[in-house]
Design a protein. Sequence first.
Lengths: 175, 411
Amino acid sequence: MAEAHSKDTVDSRADDAIESLAARFPGLESSTYRGQVRVVIGAGVALEFFTHLKQLGFNQLIDVTCVDYLEYRGATRRYGLVYLLTATGTGRRLTVRLFVDDPEPAVPSISGLWRSANWLEREVWDMFGIRFIGHPDLRRLLMPEEFLAHPLRKDYPLQGRGERHNFPVLTREDG
Amino acid sequence: MAIAPDQVTRSSSSGDGVREEDYLWTLNFGPQHPATHTTLRLVLKLDGERVVDAMPEMGYLHSGFEKIGEHLTFNQYVTVTDRMNYISPMANNVAWHHAVETLLGIDLTPRCKVIRTIVAELARVSDHLLSNGAVGLDTGAFTFFLYGFYQREVIYDIFETLCGARFTNSYTRVGGVSHDFTPLVIEKIRTFLRTFPKTLDDMERLLTRNRIFVDRTKGVGVLTREEAINGGATGPVARASGVTRDLRKDEPYLAYADYDFQVCCAAAGDCYSRYLVRMQEMRESIRILNQAIENIPSGEVNVGIEGRLALPSKQQVYSTIEGTISHFELSMSNRGFEVPREESYAAIEAPNGELGFYVVGDGSEVAYRARCRPPSVLHFSLFPQLIRGHTLSDVVAVLGSLNIIAAELDR
């Protein structure tokens, strides 16, 4: 995404929720692709924004993930977080984007608002090395704890860096 | 050692200041354990037989599927999706190409839509047979499990006739499917639809009112509606807790809008409700299948040559110039189809819940990012709150009713 897609201002196609958001957060960028509404927010207002979204009825956080735009032609920011939200009452969906950069990428954690954010944010930390400030238990989810790299970053090679060969071998006596 | 007053247990019968922790046992459950069915680990804190707390651990089967997705083309990656939820690979295939086609903006042929609906519903039946069967197995109902497995075998047979593979089907393609339905496949599905409801009745008679089973599952692992929504639960797990959401109804994709079926829900949110919802969903799937199999539109199954997406038929390749060009270009790595520099998310109602893919296109035939939104992860994260206060033997009932598939969990 980054700079690639066309940015249209909030128009009549967007529903009331988006209008209410635009009124509350001036300068909100929104775009639509294949009928999916996306908004881009800054890390500074993230918590306030998500709290407001939850009040608007977006009560389910479906997914939190990230895209590393390191090798994406024309991209200006490195990491683009993706929050997929659903309002189970109306069936509406909303995609929220949040961009952060090296070094020390960090965003506020929203695990206080949605429980599902807890593990999803852990996975993003594990795979992309983005720190979630205020997360209660930011451990790796998939990779072993002694693993140092963040494998879904684009500068991490597909075949790894030989970590597997250097894992400590546990014998029965150690165990 | 001095003991702070707040550490003294209130329920300590001896009353001589024994710390509560002294009574708690830590039990390691998995990653290799017959009742986890897959490789996942639970660290349980036990007070006698009662589970005080549980710490789920995952990642034992992490194979970097999302990283691989950034190196395989849209058509190649379908083989990897087979290996995610291997209980219902067809549903994963459909989900993956649904997401790719959403990104590319492809409109499938009516025949393809119905065919994909049929295989996705067959996958749902086979998934529910196994997950309910496993709940039965873990609570002592072996016959029930075998009845279910026999019918899964029949579905495998149908898939084998359809595409040659029983388990890892890799059936879908961008803009179509790998094999069209033949009269034999349709006949086999019809036979299945005739015979299966009888087995389903038998299975219900075996377990639904079975005293032992009901005692083991009713009131166990209760998930409230609010917790289900807040915790990101989807699919049968959410519907058993009273969340009336089914993507087949709420965001109709493929041909679902054309069929008459109901969304199965329950209110109790316990293991028994999840079992009931799955049982009922199989009946609804049969209804969908009955409507679909009798009304398969004729015509091409793949999008036409002008779309330049799916490989043309051999007939077209050998007898038309457009077919030859299309086949040639689709086989070349620097030609193929056009992919927008955009990103989109698309999900289907997989047997386990909302299975979606967030696909980022960068102009090439390889996804720049292929995020899989697996339902199992969020269901597994709910596990500690479901098991707290129940007994050790309930662990397998709860785990089974959440239908956690480690390959999908860890990807």
